[in-house]
Design a protein around this ligand. Sequence first.
Ligand code: DLL
Length: 425
Amino acid sequence: MSRLRFWNEKAETMSRDELSALQLERLRWTVKHVWSNNGFYRDKLTEAGIEPGDIRALEDLKRLPFLTKDDFRDQYPLKMLCAPRNAVREMHMSSGSTGTPVVMAYTETDLVQWAECMARCQVMAGLQPGDTLQIMPTFGLFNGGFGFYHGARLAGLFIVPASSGNTARQIMLMRDFKVRGIGSVVSYASRIIEMLDEQGVDLPDLEIGIFGAESFSDEMRRRVEERLNIKAFDIYGMTETGGVGTTGMDCEARCGIHVWEDQYLTEIVDPVTGEPMPDGAAGEVVFTSLTRDAVPVIRYRTRDLTRIASRERCACGRTSLRIDRIEGRCDDMLIVKGVNFFPKQVEQALMEIPGVLPEYQIIIENDHGVTGVRVNVEAEEGVTGYMVEKHLKERLGFSPKGDVFKAGALPRSEGKAKRVFRVDK
Ligand code: DLL
């Protein structure tokens, strides 16, 4: 059997004209669907002076009001539902750091859509029907585990549903079941590497890692690829758009994340004013779902920062637009002594120092109105705080304090890693 390069060649390589026509048809359907089936959406559209018939061209998208995480929270638990309650088959939820959770509900149609997006990602990463995939994000309210699962079922993979935690068992499973691909939250890859080093073993069958849920630097990716001897892909998604993989993944060409454009419209806006930004300019990415049934999103403000990298056909043959890998969340931008930076930039700079290990913390200290930064990082013997400070100063343009810890000294997380801590002195 010949190797699959695409899961859905027709959808993934559609011409721009075909794509635009399909997007318009689906946008019109989505607006009509939410208008007809949900009071919250109808009120929102009415307030903006929009009726479904007003959407005549893709440019009309800009007339539609934005949707925010607060809208999801305010409509908790199911007030955004556009399908009958008895048609819901699954739900996922993200809690975030503040209060009320965000809920996503799925009808059968939505589960098929999610599986389709994830199967495209898995095949784009090089997985083939029959290959073994170990799924390491948690199975539960977090969408990660089930997202990989639904996609892998559709793509015909041999699933090892390991979920998170118990790293020694994860390694045993990978070895015993000759696992070819893993799906994981990025920071968990470091846990695996740590234990492999401890045990002095390798994973000879592993070739593919699909990592996401957090921003990660190129240098972190390089290290993971080198130690595990794999190709690592960056998968993107969120509860609000329907979960992991819905908003795409990068391909082997490494020219940005392919957004599944027949499924979502992508805009970049100024994170402060909400004004649309031109291609190439950095801003907040905003998604509109085109096929979601239970809880469609119209102009969802993700708070994630990126830019449109290209709308040209990619070297991999896919025609969907590409966005840069996510720089960070608007809310995570740190401003210290007039310098703006994201945790990912600190990570990149740290990982450039030989002997520095992937576990680190950024502590923002507020000393009576004066902000200082301390970076705690694990490193091998020989790396000093001064070396860390000097390199960060060179790369970031300001001088944080650098404290070096022994391997294993900083706390570990099984899910998304918490990297930034704010303390008042
Ligand atoms: O984190 C979905 C996911 C699971 C993606 C597993 C990849 C792998 P949420 O918990 O709702 O869903 O968090 C969504 O996480 O808005 C981004 O800020 C961040 N995020 C997700 N993927 C990436 C990525 C999942 N590849 C939020 N790069 C998003 C950077 C990411 N940030």
